[in-house]
Ligand binder design. Structure first.
Ligand code: PEP
Ligand code: MN
Length: 337
């Protein structure tokens, strides 16, 4: 439930509304812009009497929010959220391009790729150190050593690093060394992990679960926001469908749907969505065309011998090509790259 206050509302009238909400045992969520002043009620509002608010001074109207997500909802927060990562932003005019290998394999590998993607115009470096692999016998990542190599690559390129966190016991380590904490598709509904990253103030990149609906995706984001961490970036990375040609099916319509329902930035990962390297560029173009705030692209200097996700990794040369094409599209969309 939200209460829309009049444009000329007096501060004491706002305070009265807030006190009334607190007396009902509910939490207050306040959102103010140039043309709006909204007070949200968070908690079980099923027994709240609308009339008692409608008659209060300064109240314009009372709106019921059906969705289970509140803080993630655009109704609660009409303006787009822009997430600040070490002085650069995600969700603003500039498109965020996160590029790098699926996994860190060696210091030389991650450094070489980092230098290449930086030259091509990427704004962030990705690299998995702790990998969620389907088989326990597959390469599981270099773990802490991988994190060290990522830090070195960051030092060389100044690119902020995006790394997947698999369990809360590594949170402190990530808070110290990582710029954006990635929560992978397989952990999208790991509620303890979501609560844990909700306690930090580090930006969190939340990937859509393999078979999660958009509502479940936004409600997972709500867990992080409910902990007080407002720095959430969403990532559409394809969902399971009956189609087997591609690894997943990129749900391109999720981008405009999420933009309508939520104020959080949305980026697209065409690499995991397709699983096929030559589809990465056309899907990346589609993502920017429908209004995504950025991309996550797997880039490898030797895809054939990659320890993880080689089939969907593009070479630095193909990444340069993709970036050139995205630049033209960005102009049409009034975005920068
Ligand atoms: C990844 O980004 O390396 C990854 C494992 O992605 P997802 O969680 O989307 O499968
Ligand atoms: Mn991968």
């Amino acid at each position: 439930m939200i209460i829309v206050m009049r444009a000329d509302v007096e501060p004491q009238d706002v305070d009265s509304v807030k006190s009334k909400i607190q007396e009902l045992g509910l939490e207050v969520y306040e959102s103010k812009g140039i043309n709006y002043h909204i007070i949200g009620l968070i908690g079980d509002t099923s027994h709240v009497d609308d009339e008692s608010f409608k008659t209060m001074r300064g109240v314009e109207k009372v709106i019921h929010v059906q969705e289970p997500f509140k803080r993630a909802s655009r109704v609660f927060h009409p303006e787009n959220s822009v997430i600040n990562v070490n002085g650069t932003s995600i969700g603003g005019e500039k498109l965020a391009v996160i590029a790098g290998p699926c996994s860190v394999e060696s210091k030389a590998q991650i450094t070489e790729i980092a230098v290449e993607v930086k030259k091509a115009g990427a704004g962030f470096l990705r690299g998995g150190a702790f990998k969620p692999r389907t088989s326990p016998y597959s390469f599981q990542g270099l773990k802490e050593e991988g994190l060290e190599y990522l830090k070195y690559a960051k030092e060389i390129t100044q690119l902020p690093i995006v790394v997947e966190l698999m369990s809360a016991d590594k949170l402190e380590l990530f808070e110290e060394h990582v710029d954006v904490i990635q929560i992978g598709a397989r952990n999208m509904q790991n509620f303890d992990l979501l609560r844990a990253v909700g306690q930090t103030r580090k930006p969190v990149l939340l990937k859509r679960g393999l078979s999660a609906t958009i509502e479940e995706f936004l409600t997972a984001a709500e867990y992080i926001l409910a902990g007080g961490n407002e720095n959430v970036i969403l990532c559409e990375r394809g969902i399971r469908t009956f189609e087997t040609y591609t690894r997943n099916t990129l749900d391109i319509s999720a981008v405009p749907v999420i933009k309508k329902l939520s104020h959080l930035p949305v980026i697209v990962d065409p690499s995991h969505a397709s699983g096929i390297w030559w589809m990465v560029e056309p899907l990346a173009m589609a993502a920017i065309a429908v209004g995504a705030d950025g991309l996550m692209i797997e880039v490898h200097n030797d895809p054939k011998n990659a320890l993880c996700d080689g089939n969907q990794s593009i070479t630095p040369e193909n990444f340069r090509h993709l970036m050139d094409r995205i630049k033209d599209l960005a102009k049409i969309q009034n975005r920068k790259i």
